[in-house]
Design a protein around this ligand. Sequence first.
Ligand SMILES: [Cu+2]
Length: 115
Amino acid sequence: MSSNRFLLPSVALLAAGLLAAGCGGSGEAAEPVATTEVAMVKSYRFDPKTIEIESGDTVTWTNDDNFTHTVRVDGQEDHDVEQGESVSIRFDTPGTYHYVCTLHSKDMDGEVIVR
Ligand SMILES: [Cu+2]
């Protein structure tokens, strides 16, 4: 599932994330994970919350929770994802893409960083 190809370069990012978490208090550290698979896990979370992909990659979100969720990348259409279903979105342009579940937007959001 998740590739380890960015493991070594991520060490510095991880340390920075831990420092930021220590200072900020609220909100979890969200160091990017190099993967194209995101699960909607119990309950009301995208896991991992921040991912890093290459341009042209397709990200698949799979709903492993007991509720219907959605994936809406900012500025794009909303996709309903029922329990056990998944949705795939291709990213061709480098950038940072924020997305939410529009049903639970206060709890469920994440980011796709396209290199
Ligand atoms: Cu949701």
